[in-house]
Design a protein around this ligand. Sequence first.
Ligand code: WT7
Length: 647
Amino acid sequence: MGENMIVPVPESWAGQGAVDAATYAADHARSIADSDGFWRDQIGRLDWVKTPTRMDESDFSESNFQIRWFADGRINVSANCLDRHLAERGDATAIIWEPDDPTAAPRHISYRALHAEVCRFANVLKAAGAHRGSRVTLYLPMIPEAAVAMLACARIGAIHSIVFGGFSPDALAGRIQDCDSTIVVTADEGRRGGKRVPLKANVDAALPHCPSIETVIVVPATGADVPMRAGRDLRYDAAIAAASPDCPPEAMDSEDPLFLLYTSGSTGKPKGVVHSSGGYLLWAAMTHQLCFDYRPGEVFWCAADVGWVTGHSYIVYGPLANGATTLMYEGVPNWPSAARIWQVVERHRVATLFTAPTVLRSLMKEGDDLVLSTDRSSLRLLGSVGEPINPEAWRWYHAVPGEGRCPIIDMWWQTETGAGMIAPLPGATPLKPGSATFPLPGVEPRLLDGEGAVLEGAADGNLVIARSWPGQMRTVWNDHDRFFQTYFTTFPGYYTTGDGARRDADGYWWITGRVDDVINVSGHRMGTAEVESALVLHPKVAEAAVVGMPHELKGQGIYAYVTLNAGDEADEALRRELVQWVRREIGPIATPDAVQFAPGLPKTRSGKIMRRILRKIAEGEIGALGDISTLADPAVVDDLVANRVMA
Ligand code: WT7
């Protein structure tokens, strides 16, 4: 099983995809051998104000380090996502909005209506002082106004920074301070799974620490009565009504930043990943078209949140650049029941569903009846993203929701890569359950051993990318040196992904998971250092070390080892308090699954915590702790093993 099991291109797809196997192979080969020519052909996917004549000018070497594409091109992203579709499909639906409450009415927003609203809101932003290059923080629920705000920023050249609505006031404040944004766009409240999220209240709690903010724009999403501060807070609806629907798009340089998005790394605070205008949009549009074989009129549903990169690229920018109908869902996949996701598919005749393995695992355990009670005949394709998909979930997705006729597009990528990197193309790629299959055109992955030697053939190693691609992040906001140090020094000359991978004898790529101190909780990325910093802020905590642990539904869970200050008592109440503490400091996605009180942590004589040992204990592999002789006090290990917490 596993590596040897091949799921051929289904009958219904043979000859149907935009690209067949031979074309894919030829395109990929050309994208490497004649990159310049390949990209000269691809840039026609977009409407440029000035068509670029320069293609890839990137260099991963220290002496000449830069990531640069299409540098003499000029473009406006919102014009590509809106204006250019008006003549042909102005009345076609751009966004279908499915509300959290299944009894509430969905909304259908045409390209023309979206264009008008974006222009109005762009004028509102301008009046609030936003301009080319200024930063606007978006802290919004999954409502159409989120897409409006993104595109309005793009229209005037302001850089948006979306903060996921599940993050705490502290996390929001940190992300505002880092980029000195001057405007926050939020909602009175968000709705998720029948619950309310107090977004405006969170903004009010964050802002005393954010002197750069001058204006807060509040979308009335639930109609809750929230306090408005005179001179600072504006109502979205009133502002829109008073604004002109006429706002010419700003001609941006291709390399001008489109957005920044904070993501966790192995060390330090989350970093602001900066994406470009031209290169990013081309990559989002190209991968959306190739991997999902989008056909006019179809409904495309990426069931992510716009707070994550998946939502940026596959709810908003990729689909809208391609003139697609994109479905935006306000709620969660399993509310009011585990049938909801399939009911939404049925209600809106969804052709492509793109979701995460963690969602599939949680739905799978509710049994097949809930799926079978719905009509999924509209489905043509199924996508998976965010973490490795276990073959069991893959087979279920393929057989039950997909009725054995929908290819599974398991797409590997990262916030840093902008959009998909390794993924099958429907109609072209025979699948293997659990493998992301082959690199997309333009992507040149390599496997390196720990010393940086290139591994050929079937092998296991560190996944690196050997050349730039248009959607590659351009820098870390305000810290270009950190960008270079983080991604280009471990293996000089390559982009280091932080993932491990295996290439099998047939050349298929299998992502094995992070090789650094980043953990993947339900497809969301969490830096262990961030959870540790939150824990040590508690007055009773002397030291904390956080590692990932296997978790049946989440993929990985968060396991925290905590050493208390002398005199402080470890008990169940404190354990619960620490869990709440982390939720409050960062947000519910950082909730520790296990907290183990430890009198001491395993350290080398130079004081470095040996995380390898902590990981093994959390995984329950206590028989395979490896060499512990270099520990300053090997006895601490016995205590850690004896008091291991079962989550
Ligand atoms: C990390 C990136 C990709 C957008 C959402 C997450 C893991 C992502 C896959 C996949 C195996 C995957 C990797 C990667 N990952 N997709 N199809 N198979 N692993 O973006 O938060 O930047 O996380 O997610 O470990 O490094 P992100």
